[in-house]
Design a protein. Structure first.
Ligand code: ATP
Length: 275
């Protein structure tokens, strides 16, 4: 790739702006708000954009209502989305009407509308349900290559040709497994291990412990892309916040591997952009 920084310029700016409005929402009245609802295995994230598709508010909560892309606690999911919606409405002093949601790769036929019903059940008018890689690429704007989303529960791969998703694959193994490995190695509870893992100060120390699970993720990626002429890999998802994960994946897959400054909120923002 000629200039990786230029490629991630829009993404990095959008995510930086979003991180700011999570703590300090922008209260200038917009004629309309677009909300992206990302129902993940580890987090539920709501990203709110204004009429110009700029981030104005956001909220997220740790939740166990989705497993491997499927809603396993339907009532719990509605409750959390409703609470986050209300919290953001109070902060913005405006009603959030429209929302888009996304499905992980490979679950589109299995989901039977559950994610859409959760978002509707929380009081939104659902304008779009799209697949997660397409959402992520609304922010990354990649023409060719593989987008790999390493989230809490799964590793999802999307192959892009001329800016369009031509193939998707998803497999269980994600950040939850990383936390389980730390929990075992350090004799910590899962919650403590997850928190320890999320602290950037600990990443260097954790690398030897996490290397085998990163290599397993790399072998999943290699399998997902083997029938395609992929020349570059782009990482998104919270687990890719781990410093150095891109180097191990690059070495194992033998492909240049890039990630934006903060890979965590790329998909929720892409969902909101498609609202
Ligand atoms: P999925 O996509 O599998 O449904 P999700 O959407 O909840 O799950 P993300 O929000 O993309 O997934 O990522 C959540 C994972 O990222 C969790 O396992 C979390 O521990 C991990 N994570 C978040 N921040 C960091 C960090 N700073 N360092 C390492 N891991 C992190």
């Amino acid at each position: 790739m000629e200039n990786v920084n230029a490629t991630f310029q829009y993404c990095d700016q959008l995510v930086r702006d979003f991180e700011k409005v999570i703590t300090t929402p922008i209260l200038n009245k917009s004629s309309v708000y677009y909300t992206g609802v990302d129902l993940g295995t580890a987090y539920i994230v709501l990203a709110v954009l204004d009429e110009n598709y700029q981030p104005v508010a956001g909220a997220y909560r740790f939740a166990s209502v989705v497993k491997d892309g499927m809603v396993v606690d339907y009532i719990g999911a509605i409750r959390i989305v409703k609470e986050l919606k209300q919290e953001l409405e109070e902060k913005l002093g405006a009603e959030l009407i429209y929302a888009a949601a996304a499905l992980p790769p490979g679950t589109v036929t299995l989901d039977s509308g559950a994610i859409k019903h959760v978002v509707q059940g929380a009081g939104f008018e659902v304008t779009n349900v799209l697949d997660e890689p397409t959402a992520a690429n609304a922010v990354l704007k990649i023409q060719d290559g593989a987008i790999v989303d390493i989230g809490g529960g799964t590793t999802g791969t999307a192959i892009l040709k001329d800016g369009k998703v031509v193939h998707v694959d998803d497999e269980p193994t994600g950040g939850t497994h990383f936390s389980l490995v730390i929990s075992g190695a350090y004799k910590m509870s899962f919650e403590d291990a997850d928190q320890y893992k999320r602290d950037f100060k600990n990443h260097r120390e954790l690398m030897p412990v996490l290397r085998p699970v990163i290599e397993k993720v790399s072998s999943i990626i290699s399998r997902h892309i083997r029938d395609y002429q992929v020349k570059e890999i782009y990482l998104v998802g919270g687990t890719c916040c781990l410093e150095g994960i891109e180097d191990i994946i690059a070495k194992q897959t033998n492909l240049p591997t890039y990630k934006p400054q903060n890979p965590m909120f790329v998909t929720p923002l892409g969902i909101a952009l498609n609202c």
